[in-house]
Design a protein around this ligand. Sequence first.
Ligand SMILES: Cc1cc2nc3c(=O)[nH]c(=O)nc-3n(C[C@H](O)[C@H](O)[C@H](O)COP(=O)(O)OP(=O)(O)OC[C@H]3O[C@@H](n4cnc5c(N)ncnc54)[C@H](O)[C@@H]3O)c2cc1C
Length: 480
Amino acid sequence: MGRALSVADTSSGRYRALSLWHETADDDWVPRPGLPGSTEADVAIVGAGFTGLWTAYYLAVASPSLRVVVLEGEVAGFGASGRNGGWCSALFPSSAAGIARAADRSGASKSGSGREAATRMLRAMQDTVGEVGRVVASEGIDAHWQQGGTLTLARHPVQLRRLRAEVADARTWGLGAEDLDLLDAAEARARAAASHVHGATYTPHCAAVHPARLVRGLAQAVERRGVTVHEQTPVRAVRPWRVDTEAGSVRAEVVVRATEGYTPVLVGERRTLAPVYSLMIATEPLSDDVWARIGMAGRPTLTDARHLIIYCQRTADGRLAFGGRGAPYHFGSRVRPGFDREPGVFRQLEKALRELFPQIGDARITHRWGGPLGVPRDWHASVGLDKATGVAWGGGYVGDGVGTSNLAGRTIADLVLGRQSPLVDLPWVGHRSRRWEPEPLRWLGVNTGLRVMSVADLEERLTRRPSLIARAMAPLVGGH
Ligand SMILES: Cc1cc2nc3c(=O)[nH]c(=O)nc-3n(C[C@H](O)[C@H](O)[C@H](O)COP(=O)(O)OP(=O)(O)OC[C@H]3O[C@@H](n4cnc5c(N)ncnc54)[C@H](O)[C@@H]3O)c2cc1C
């Protein structure tokens, strides 16, 4: 007699159990039909995360007759797009100075200096937050969108010095107080009553979003516009004008690689991006009384100025969703479902959250999950279309892909359609990071970088001076 299937055994049950967001997406997670056999399309997109779906969306809007096919190995929103911290921000993983330097080096800033190109990039990122909000509204996507900005707390004097320096640097790029403001301790505490607050910065250029609702809503929006989405169709290789799957090949004039942290699994792409895991936890819904003591009215996203990134959002249903880096990179750029859950990192996150907001008392942690991000060797995200092969790409966002992927989708669509828009002249277009080192150097480099960031935080707490370790290692571990 066959064993009765429990909900978690079915693939839709497995998808629903991936994260808080998957569970609360109001979706049955039943996979769409896979690719039935070999076919042809105008554009074939690999990956149904934000990058793939935004690309499909803008192509379908601009050219409704285009045959666009999306091939997804699992289901739309299976990857980082369904699991993230839900910050739709104007952040870009490389600093403005880094963008300017790269643009000067490559000559990408055809119409001006690298500095001018970097400024255009900053403004394009800010506009992107508004653009995502616009589409969420116009497509009727119930993604719990709220543009409450971002508070970055300084929780000891060294962090405050770093925030002051960041604001001073922002001013040199033409960003005023309306873009990034410095708050004193009382102002900061009034917005978020975290422990040990010495001050903060505030930027309005970020929205809190329920990421799985956004990505699933986008998948439906592209289907309404005639795009075909095939799920449970893993792609083996992205080749010139063709993608290969078990079920057959899709020939297309343009093939878009939108696989981010999973890219190393594709034939020939092992050293393109390093998959680094970010992990999250979420509390049960907190009472109004607890929220009255915490603040965060208007649902600003929240972080502090430590080196080993943490990020937090007040969810629409009154939880704290809290995440951070610190999980190890796995030898050979392996990506496995088991890597999403590291008990030691979950414990560290819980400790950090309870220390940040003692007001939550013994509130239960109800969800724990994680997923892979894509990290390029130079930490500089990029998009592009290689006309010699018909292969386009977008990614390398590190932890800043929710907003950036929208800019990627709009830009790839313009590149595919040959439109001379201001977007195709942005300095990240056509940028190529060098490849990661072969193992074991890659393993050593990435894990050393991750370890350095937590040691640097400890060093600053103990010495009360900016970390020398972080400064010494910055060129090796990227700018974020
Ligand atoms: C825990 C966590 C928290 C984060 N928090 C934030 C945040 O708050 N703000 C922010 O801006 N960014 C955040 N990020 C990063 C952000 O989520 C990603 O940069 C962004 O979602 C990337 O979107 P994507 O579509 O390029 O990749 P993904 O969402 O990873 O999508 C890639 C898709 O491709 C599919 N795929 C992969 N390989 C194949 C193949 N061979 N064949 C077919 N399909 C394939 C995958 O199944 C997946 O669905 C976070 C990431 C994580 C993991």
